[in-house]
Design a protein. Structure first.
Length: 61
């Protein structure tokens, strides 16, 4: 996808965390997303799903 002549990259990362016998009180996910040129991604969508809680959608940048 290109916008105003500059490439814009959107990364969708799906992380599935299944807590069956383990009760998770807090989940911490640290991500460093870059494109193929090593530039930080802006507007990347991160979806975190746990077995006991609804999915959480986080947006960077």
């Amino acid at each position: 996808m290109k916008s105003a002549g500059s490439p814009v990259y959107h990364a969708v990362l799906l992380i599935c965390l299944f807590a069956t016998s383990l009760q998770l009180r807090a989940e911490t996910v640290t991500l460093s997303l870059t494109d193929q040129h090593g530039r930080p991604l802006s507007g990347a969508v991160v979806t975190v799903m746990t077995g006991s809680q609804p999915a959480r959608h986080l947006r960077t940048g």
